[in-house]
Design a protein around this ligand. Sequence first.
Ligand SMILES: [Zn+2]
Length: 140
Amino acid sequence: MKKLDYILIALLIGISFTPYIFLRTSTGLSKNVYAEVLIDNEVVKKINISDPRNFNKPFEMETDHGHNTLLVTTDGISVSHADCPDQVCVRSKPIKKENRVIACLPNKMLIKIIDEEDSTTDNDSEHNHDDDDEIDFISE
Ligand SMILES: [Zn+2]
């Protein structure tokens, strides 16, 4: 009976830890990287470029200044089509690192990469210590 209790406790702890483990690995694999789209220095759109649901989906940016089509892939975000005369934005390589930008001067459009993963780092390490303490207690 006692042995069974231990198994039950171990099982329950295993289940209760699963969400933490899942959360930790999933945030580790895909950190939240966003692309901010600015037109006339105002943020008009924020796209999560680390979210596979946004991959290979065109984002149409239609403004008074012109038209740009943005595309997100595993390489980052790029401008796949634009009606600007210089086509500098279309020739720019995809960006996905923080502080990188793609600019379309004729259309007054700017794509800026921002990284939003730093805030939870401290909480995560505290969780780790709690988990260790509980495991030690059970094994005694
Ligand atoms: Zn352009």
